[in-house]
Write a protein that binds this ligand. Structure first.
Ligand code: GLU
Length: 285
């Protein structure tokens, strides 16, 4: 028998929730309810420069307006930085990480990216020991990257990264998916400025919270490969995944933070009810 379902909605409090978030939260919540499972909310606020307490509070208010109920206490990543440091230390002790002193401009130049592209495959490799020693002595900040080649040597191959997709990816991928982390390059597991990264925090939290099915938008489908890699390296259980379609604006574009007239609080202010929103999103109660 399948273990009891545990799923989650994991927003970052960098703005107000919009329809896309509502769709994601409702999907996760309804799955849990239908299958006698548990629904968790996790506030992903490691990036203190972008996250704000007022958005954190607004998220919970909006979720309550949607008619959702979730377990308390809510996990806030900013309160668990030690858990991520422990995981980082384990990866480092396994010899899987190297320091990267690059500036953002150097990184962008290295991948030939326009400044608005934040992350693409990039594997600069460890700095030569003498340069590394010099930069460390000078107190320069650095990120930690995961060496894909060392990870591959350790695992033999990436067959163990397969995952169970219960929803679908952007190209309709569903069922058992072979994950290939190579496309992401040597990912950053600890940012220079934060000492942790999104990928690392997510896998640690999903494991600590006993999440058995990750519910999220298909824009994060590609992130699953590197997250599976981190799970296997850290010996964490493999959750199943339920990626779902994205809710787009009428012009087919994605909602952006600047679409302030389309936030859930704005809909609420205009007298739209949660049931009407459910109907519009095609997700029955
Ligand atoms: N915090 C992420 C976001 O708001 C979602 C992370 C996840 O579901 O894995 O996009």
């Amino acid at each position: 028998m399948e273990d009891r379902l545990v799923t989650r909605f994991a927003p970052s409090p960098t703005g107000y929730l919009h329809r896309g978030h509502a769709f994601s939260a409702l999907t996760a919540h309804d799955q849990a309810q239908r299958r006698g499972g548990r629904f968790l909310v996790r506030i992903e606020d490691i990036d203190a420069t972008r996250c704000q307490p007022r958005f954190d509070a607004a998220i919970l208010e909006d979720l309550a307006w949607l008619g959702l109920d979730w377990e308390r206490p809510v996990r806030r990543q900013s309160e668990h930085l030690g858990d991520y440091q422990d995981a980082l230390a384990r990866l480092r002790d396994m010899g899987l990480l190297y320091r990267c002193f690059r500036t953002r401009a150097e990184t962008l130049a290295g991948i030939g990216a326009a400044p608005h592209v934040s992350q693409r495959a990039d594997s600069p490799g460890p700095p030569p020991p003498d340069i590394e020693a010099e930069r460390l002595a000078a107190g320069e900040p650095f990120a930690w990257r995961l060496s894909l080649s060392t990870a591959r040597r350790r695992l033999g191959d990436f067959a163990s990264l397969e995952f169970d997709e219960r929803g679908s990816g952007p190209a309709g991928e569903t069922g058992w998916i072979a994950a290939d982390p190579a496309a992401a390059g040597d990912i950053i597991v600890a940012r220079k400025d934060l000492g942790v990264s999104y990928h690392l925090a997510v896998v640690v939290d999903d494991a600590l919270q006993g999440v058995t099915e990750v519910t999220r938008g298909e824009d994060l489908f590609a992130a699953t490969a590197v997250q599976r890699l981190l799970q296997v390296l850290l010996g964490l259980p493999a959750p199943a995944y339920r990626h779902h379609r994205l809710i787009l604006r009428p012009d087919g574009k994605r909602f952006a933070k600047r679409d302030t007239a389309e936030t859930l609080r704005d809909l609420r202010g205009r007298g739209v009810t949660a049931d009407e929103l459910r109907e519009e999103l095609g997700i029955g109660g």
